[in-house]
Design a protein around this ligand. Structure first.
Ligand SMILES: Cc1ncc(COP(=O)(O)O)c(C=O)c1O
Length: 548
């Protein structure tokens, strides 16, 4: 009947509807069952067998296969063939982030049941922007946000009873990731600082120019240490204050925010009549895993009436570890907290969340429309920066039930203790230098023979700079050659030298969150690096420049 609407006729319409509902035929079904069976019930083996550790073919070469920009009128392939193509042609060129040898980034292995949960979420296809497309799932989101809020802020039973499903208040919201969570927190902070007063309707309504006039300020800023994630600069741009007004505060030798520098920066800004939207404390810096002194930051913010946001995108779930939760002491004093679920909650891409201590705080970002998110409704879209979004809360809620706090605690403890053991191994070896000892499960080191380490201790500025330039070249090549070899992966970043700030140190970075990674694997990674320096022509040439 409906085929009347298409010029292609009844037969094509029939095929389309068949495909909408199920595989084309038994062959197709069998292929699909085989692939999906492997993915759903043998995830680690499937990834090991089918997905490359890193790209073994140059990106330039691969990109030649992806030049065609025309979408065909007719189906190119049967569904089962398209899926087989992903598994046989695409997956081998993707990165096996779940390999225990892949220890360079914050993206890693996830428990197999996450794939099941993700499939169920896709199957239900709820849209939590509004109750009409999600019903109970919106209530689950509120409940799981309250559960995490309770772990973070530990308010009274009656507080959670009042707010868990309250229509007027909000304890937090799920987001696409850490960037969107930080964005939401700082959006709320900006609107709170530049709120309506007198005839001024607020920055959200009237924009920054009018807000600055009303509040008699020249500009507004966000303060974060030099280890702040780059997303914060982007947010400065999006909020209209300008990315340059996300100001970097110095760090101490352990990469924690320098409180003296913070205090003097605040005093200077206040003298110049510059608005301070927020101070961001980091709980698990992206490059070092370091944690800012959260209690002290909270006192400074309280004293100066500044919004205190904690970016715990990485370190947040440490609060589930009975052994290490004290590392986050002071997080409960934050006005808002970001946590990424696709990091140490081990959820699939992509999911983050932001929590607000004050259940009324998010009212400054409330929006309504006539057809949904009407005033007085439960629609989560009223206070969410995203519009349509998936029911990620179902995954987190289920995972918390499946693993419990204890399960997450064991994962967190494993990473932190493995990092401590790895640091010991690095210290034992003559060819490597530990640069940042782990607080959480991230550490940095570099290839630097012990003789050179001794030389560097006594070196003046110029010779330190010269030696470092060679070391930097070695570590850049080493990281690249190891990645290209395709057996293992560490990442790299760059810090200022502790003695001479204009000298840059390139360092290798490991993030240890995969429970299948162990100290033998990490030793193999160091051995591989040591051998590469001895065996690769490129590195031999650089090594000789060290003049040992
Ligand atoms: C501390 C921190 N904040 C924010 C982010 C941004 O998170 P996302 O990439 O999920 O947007 C990251 C990502 O690595 C991070 O480490």
């Amino acid at each position: 009947m409906n085929s009347n609407y298409t010029h292609l006729g009844k037969k094509e319409w029939g095929k389309l509807i068949q495909l909408f509902k199920s595989p084309e035929d038994e062959d197709s079904r069998a292929t699909l069952v085989q692939h999906m069976g492997q993915i759903l019930f043998g995830l680690q083996d499937f990834l090991k067998k089918n997905v490359g550790v890193t790209e073994e073919i140059s990106l330039l070469k691969i990109s030649k296969s992806f030049q065609d920009t025309v979408v065909n009128e007719k189906p190119e392939n049967r569904m089962a063939e398209v899926i087989t193509d992903i598994i046989e042609e695409i997956a081998p060129q993707a990165v096996n982030v779940s390999s225990p040898y892949f220890v360079g980034h914050m993206t890693s292995a996830i428990p197999f049941f996450m794939i099941h949960l993700k499939s169920i979420v896709a199957a239900l296809n709820q849209n939590v922007v509004k109750l009409e497309t999600s019903k109970v799932v919106s209530l689950i989101e509120r409940q799981v946000i309250a559960k995490i809020h309770r772990i973070l802020y530990d308010q009274s039973e009656s507080f959670y009873k009042e707010h868990v499903q309250s229509i007027t208040t909000t304890l937090g919201v799920f987001t696409e990731g850490g960037t969107a969570a930080n964005m939401t927190a700082l959006w709320v902070a900006r609107n709170t600082m530049l709120k309506p007063r007198n005839n001024f309707e607020g920055v959200e309504e009237q924009g920054l120019l009018e807000a600055y006039k009303e509040y008699n300020i020249e500009r507004s800023v966000i303060l974060v240490s030099k280890r702040g994630h780059y997303s914060l600069r982007k947010i400065g741009g999006i909020l209209g204050i300008g990315s340059k007004n996300v100001i970097s505060v110095d760090v101490d030798s352990k990469h924690r925010i320098d409180l003296n520098h913070l205090n003097s920066t605040i005093a200077e800004l206040q003298k110049k009549n510059i608005g301070i939207i927020a101070v961001v404390g980091i709980a698990g810096a992206t490059e070092t895993g370091s944690i800012d002194p959260l209690k002290e930051l909270s006192s400074i913010c309280k004293k100066n009436d500044i919004h205190f946001h904690v970016d715990a995108a990485w370190g947040g779930p440490t609060i589930l570890s009975s052994k290490y939760r004290n590392l986050l002491d002071g997080i409960e004093l934050a006005d808002s907290v970001t946590i990424d679920c696709h990091k140490q909650f081990y959820m699939p891409m992509s999911c983050g969340m932001v929590h607000f201590k004050n259940p009324d705080h998010m009212k400054v970002v409330e929006y309504h429309a006539k057809y949904i998110i009407r005033p007085g409704s439960v629609d989560l879209g009223i206070k969410s920066f995203a519009g349509s979004r998936e029911a990620n809360s179902l995954i987190l809620d289920s995972s918390l039930k499946i693993l419990g706090k204890d399960g997450y605690s064991m994962l967190i403890d494993h990473g932190i203790e493995l990092a401590k053991d790895f640091a010991k191994e690095i210290n034992k070896r003559d060819d490597f230098q530990l640069i940042t000892a782990p607080v959480l499960n991230i550490l940095t080191y570099r290839y630097c023979p012990v003789k050179i380490q001794q030389k560097l201790k006594k070196a003046d500025h110029d010779s330190l700079k010269n030696i470092n330039e060679v070391l930097n070249e070695i570590n850049i090549s080493l990281q690249r050659l190891q990645r290209e070899a395709g057996n293992s992966f560490v990442s790299r970043t760059e810090f200022c030298d502790l003695r001479f700030k204009d000298v840059k140190n390139v360092v290798l970075r490991t993030v240890l969150m995969n429970p299948l990674t162990n100290i033998e694997i990490l030793n193999n990674i160091l051995d591989e690096q040591k051998n590469l320096v001895k065996e690769s022509d490129e590195l031999i040439e650089l090594y000789n420049k060290l003049d040992l």
